[in-house]
Design a protein around this ligand. Structure first.
Ligand code: SAM
Length: 186
C-alpha cells in the first residue's frame, strides 16, 4: 500500500467507519465457530471480528503488519504471515473465510482466482466465503496512485466464484460504492 493508503487504513477514522459498516454487513450472517480472515492489514476489521466469532485466524501477506497484529491479538486470535493465494491451512478447516477491502490489492485477476480457490479449499462443506471490496470512484483512484488496484467486476464475480467450486448463484450486490458477496460451499 502507498503512504496515503497506509495512513488511512491505520487511522482512528477508518477503524470507526469499519466498525459501523462491518457490523451492518455481518448482520444476519452466520460465520460459524472457526473463521479465517484474509488480509487484515492494520486490523480494523479484525477488531470487529474478534468479538463476534468464537475462534479467529487471520492471514496477512505483509510481514510487518502480520507481526504487529500477532502481538496485538496474542491470546485472542491467531495471526499468521501468509498469502491468501497459497494458504498454510488444511483442507476444510474453517467454518467461514472472509476478506474485507483487500481483493483489489491482489495484483491480477488470476491471483484473485487463486485466492478464491484457496478460500474454497480451506472452508468446510456448508461454510461461507464472504467479502466486501471497493468499487471505483475518483477518491478511490486517487488513493491508489502508485498502488495496486485490480477492481473486482461484480458482473463476472459469480462465474469466477462458481468456477473454483462454490455453489451456483452466489450473492453479489453493489451499494454505496461497495461490492458485497457471499458464496457457499456444498
Ligand atoms: C486495504 S488493506 C485492508 C485491511 C483490512 N481488511 C481493513 O479493511 O482495514 C488490504 C490488506 O490486504 C493485504 N493483502 C493483499 N494481498 C494479500 C494476500 N494475497 N494475502 C493476504 N493478505 C493480502 C495487504 O497487505 C493489506 O494489509
Amino acid at each position: 500500500m502507498n503512504l496515503m493508503h497506509r495512513r488511512l487504513c491505520s487511522s482512528a477514522g477508518w477503524a470507526d467507519k469499519v466498525a459501523r459498516l462491518l457490523s451492518e454487513d455481518l448482520e444476519g450472517l452466520d460465520l460459524g465457530d472457526d473463521v479465517l480472515e484474509i488480509g487484515p492489514g492494520y486490523g480494523a476489521t479484525t477488531a470487529v471480528l474478534v468479538d463476534r466469532v468464537p475462534r479467529l485466524t487471520a492471514a496477512e501477506v505483509d510481514e510487518a503488519s502480520a507481526s504487529r497484529l500477532a502481538a496485538a491479538y496474542e491470546g485472542r486470535a491467531t495471526i499468521v504471515h501468509g498469502d491468501g493465494t497459497a494458504l498454510p491451512f488444511d483442507d476444510s478447516r474453517f467454518s467461514a473465510v472472509v476478506c474485507f477491502t483487500m481483493l483489489h490489492h491482489v495484483p491480477s485477476p488470476e491471483l484473485q482466482e487463486a485466492l478464491f480457490a484457496e478460500a474454497y479449499r480451506v472452508v468446510r462443506p456448508g461454510g461461507l466465503f464472504h467479502g466486501v471490496d471497493s468499487q471505483p470512484s475518483l477518491r478511490f483512484r486517487v488513493l491508489h496512485i502508485g498502488d495496486t488496484m485490480v477492481v473486482v467486476d461484480p458482473g463476472t464475480l459469480p462465474a469466477r466464484l462458481t468456477a473454483v467450486g462454490f455453489d451456483d448463484d452466489p450473492e453479489v450486490r453493489v451499494a454505496h460504492g461497495r461490492l458485497r458477496f457471499t458464496a457457499r460451499k456444498s
